[in-house]
Design a protein around this ligand. Structure first.
Ligand code: 3HC
Ligand code: NAI
Length: 708
């Protein structure tokens, strides 16, 4: 018996305890441990029942995802299927009770379903989240789940991957009983209670498998939803096919179908990318020079300066995490406007069913308006979200320095300005940091945490920890104009505009990138964010532009003619009163006129060129950020793009995507663009070096991390 799985006996009941911290992942070794325990139970005539339980914080969070990576990369050649082991458990001659706390996810739920009874704490959750990793359940989950929960619920769980709370799982038949308190004692009691009852094997329970015509409608609706809501993803459709097989084929054949689909998904590029994203999200929390043990400061109250678009959203983020907020404005009218927007946003969330009225009222009470900096004296942290002006930000930080208590974290939400210069307005630059929320702040998961030259490790650790509490993915970046996300986004949007100037239509550019998987095309994104934002910044920095270098001309002209995007009803597109876009022939005419005045030759441009130019310019800038150390690792850039810029998760982020294409190929294409289009396309030195050596960004990053 391995250390990972212990077999004990309590009054004739065999207790199998899985103990593989932190989440009891079902690794090959754990499966082997369970198989050994089952073998002993099979041989032991004195065993009257069996209980499976997880040690530590959870039951089993699923198969060991690391092993999938090792399998697809060829590091290991074979991974034994769990399926036969689950059949052996189901076939045990004594009742088997699965005792669930924490999470029974993926292979964990599949194991639980092979038991005869399932008992859980009310706080437990169950789920088949495999689709989020680009795979489907691979240990008969798609075959046993519809037999317990019915076809509609099984399709939803396997295709969407969302966790199901214990109470709902009880209602739909996945669980048999909920208990408070001592789970093991309750499981033992249940085992004793069912000793005389013949154990029902899940795989033989066919009564919930439904009728063909009703099932056909369920599958058709699920496929339509998957195509819409999980655009471009293969796994949800495969999961639906597998559940469908449960309704048309005997159990064993259904399992074979599941196996075929599972293997196809597992070896797909999508699954590799999604697994990269899963581990990436956890990797970014690890900062080489800010170890886990770094002390943090408690953040139990915050002040926010500015109740505009971002300040209001950020106030909601803190309130939603239960942290009281003092929200400051310059005058009562601005404060009232900000509070009204917050109220409107909360009301919309209630309307859409995201929050209950009671929840919203409780959160709303945590936001306290003020016009007085004096009230910030006691807060643990301040987030400044005033207009993007260095002079104003310095004035605000000067005030904060005067009123805030020693040790308060002073954060700025600037999207482009120099953190060190802002910090210089205080006598405590070690407490100053950037917390760059994305719009809408209460929705977007990304939080770029910007480290200034003097920011203390304690303040960094505090903000990284806080990001989790706020439900955000915090990524630490260095201080430069635009940090990581926006510095890369600039060239991306610039190329999109150049392509339009050279003859691609506005719709062709957006469609090509939407079809690549981006949540929105770059020009439509500009309209959404407001074209005037970039226009104002460009005007501010125009003096820095080098003469003779091509600059995009159309967006500035659109702004000069009052077309700021959605907010003015017109930008690259025109918008109706519901902000629904349609192509604007007037824009096409203007573009023709302006490009002809500018002497820009027009030509046919393929979707492939559109995608390569927009995406490779992201990659090229990403390579510079990586070499400069502004981004810690390539995966940090990927996580920023997946969570803040609508990059398709199944492509793993721009740097992962480039690694998949092959850096040699990417570099050659960039050189081709350089010859044709000039200076903007100079390949980043790091990209050239890695391409020459046949290496990847991921390899460069792991070497860097190891070195620090
Ligand atoms: N395999 C390997 N490692 C895992 C893992 C898994 N299934 N689940 C979590 N981990 C690791 C994480 O990488 C992290 O490692 P780190 O500390 O070195 O960074 C550690 O466990 C803790 O994880 P979290 O930081 O995510 O902890 P949380 O408490 O925030 O969340 C969780 C716990 C909800 C269980 C979350 O980790 C999760 O959702 N895990 C993945 C669940 C999943 O997708 N299961 C299906 C796997 S595929 C499968 O089962 C196929 C089957 O059908 C054959
Ligand atoms: P906004 O114009 O909507 O709001 C700014 C608010 O600050 C206004 O309500 C103004 O009255 C208030 N203000 C100005 N001076 C003040 C002072 N001294 N005390 C208190 N309040 C004051 O601006 P927005 O869009 O919210 O931007 C705020 C910051 O967030 C900027 O630095 C911006 O670059 C950044 N940002 C903006 C994003 C966006 O999409 N809008 C995204 C990410 C960052």
């Amino acid at each position: 018996m391995s250390d990972l799985v212990q077999l004990t006996k309590i009054d004739g009941i065999a207790v199998v305890t899985i103990n593989n911290p932190p989440v009891n992942a079902l690794s090959a070794a754990v499966s082997k441990g369970i198989a050994d325990a089952v073998a002993q139970i099979e041989k032991d005539d004195t065993v009257i029942a069996v209980v499976f339980i997880g040690a530590g914080r959870t039951f089993i969070a699923g198969a060991d995802i690391k092993e999938f990576g090792e399998l697809t990369s060829g590091k290991i050649i074979c991974r034994e299927s769990l399926k036969p082991l689950l059949v052996r458990i189901e076939d045990l001659r004594v009742p088997v009770v699965m005792a669930i706390h924490g999470t029974a996810f993926g292979g964990g739920l599949e194991l639980a379903m092979a038991g005869h009874y399932r008992i859980a704490l009310p706080s437990a959750q169950v789920g088949q989240p495999e689709v989020k990793l680009g795979i489907i359940p691979g240990a008969a989950g798609t075959q046993r789940l519809p037999r317990l929960a019915g076809v509609a619920k099984a399709v939803e769980m396997c295709a969407e991957g969302a966790p199901v709370k214990a109470e709902d799982a009880l209602k739909c038949g996945i669980l048999d009983r909920l208990v408070e308190g001592d789970l093991l004692a309750a499981a033992l009691a249940l085992a004793r209670e069912v000793l005389a009852k013949p154990a029902a094997k899940t795989r033989e329970r066919n009564e919930k498998l439904g009728a063909p015509d009703r099932n056909a409608a369920i599958f058709a609706a699920a496929r339509e939803t998957a195509r819409k809501k999980q655009r471009g993803l293969l796994a949800p459709l495969a999961a639906i096919d597998a559940v469908e097989a449960a309704t048309t084929l005997p159990f064993e054949q259904g399992c074979q179908k599941e196996e075929e689909l599972f293997t196809k998904c597992l070896f797909s590029d999508q699954s590799k990318a999604l697994i990269h994203a899963f581990f990436g999200e956890r990797e970014v929390a690890k900062i080489p020079d800010v170890p886990k043990e770094t002390p943090t400061r408690g953040v139990n109250s915050v002040g926010i300066v500015g109740a505009g678009t971002m300040g209001g959203g950020i106030a909601m983020v803190f309130a939603n995490a239960g942290i009281p907020v003092l929200l400051k404005e310059t005058d009562q009218a601005a404060l009232d406007r900000g509070l009204a927007n917050i109220q409107k946003n909360y009301a919309n969330s209630v309307k859409r069913g995201r929050f209950t009225q009671q929840y919203v009222e409780e959160r709303r009470k945590l936001i306290w308006p003020t016009l007085d900096y004096g009230e910030f004296a006691g807060v643990d942290m301040v987030v400044e979200a005033v207009f993007e002006s260095m002079a104003l930000k310095k004035e605000v930080f000067g005030q904060l320095d005067r009123v805030c208590k020693p040790g308060a974290v002073l954060a700025t939400n600037t999207s482009s300005l120099d953190i060190d210069e802002i910090a210089s307005a205080t006598g405590r630059p070690q407490s100053v940091i950037g917390t760059h929320f994305f719009s809408p702040a209460n929705v977007m998961r990304l939080l770029e945490i910007v480290r200034g030259a003097s920011t203390s490790k304690e303040v960094i650790a505090t903000c990284m920890q806080l990001s989790k509490k706020l439900g955000k993915v915090g990524v630490l970046v260095g201080n430069c104009m635009g940090f990581v996300g926006n510095r890369m986004f600039g060239p991306y949007r610039r190329e999109a505009q150049f392509l339009v100037e050279e003859g691609a239509s506005v719709e062709a550019v957006d469609t090509a990138l939407y079809d690549f998987g981006m949540a929105m095309g770059p020009l439509a994104t500009g309209d959404l964010a407001g074209l005037d934002v970039g226009w104002r910044i460009r005007k501010e920095f125009r003096h820095l532009q080098k003469p003779g270098i091509r600059q995009p001309l159309i967006e500035d002209r659109l702004c000069e003619s009052g077309r700021f995007g959605q907010k003015t009803g017109a930008g690259w597109y025109k918008y109706d009163e519901n902000r629904k876009s349609s192509p604007d022939p007037q824009v096409a005419d203007l573009i023709r006129q302006w490009t002809s005045e500018g002497g820009i030759a027009q030509r046919e441009i393929s979707a492939e060129e559109i995608v390569d130019r927009c995406i490779y310019t992201l990659v090229n800038e990403g390579a510079r950020l990586l070499e400069e150390g502004i981004a810690l690792r390539a995966v940090d850039i990927d996580i920023i793009y997946l969570n803040g810029y609508g990059f398709p998760a199944y492509r793993g982020g721009p740097m992962w995507y480039a690694d998949t294409v092959g850096l040699k190929k990417v570099c050659e294409r960039i050189r081709e663009f350089q010859q044709r289009l000039g200076i903007w396309w100079e390949p980043a030195p790091l990209l050239q070096r890695l391409a020459e050596k046949g290496k990847t960004f991921a390899e460069f990053s792991s070497r860097q991390s190891a070195a620090t």
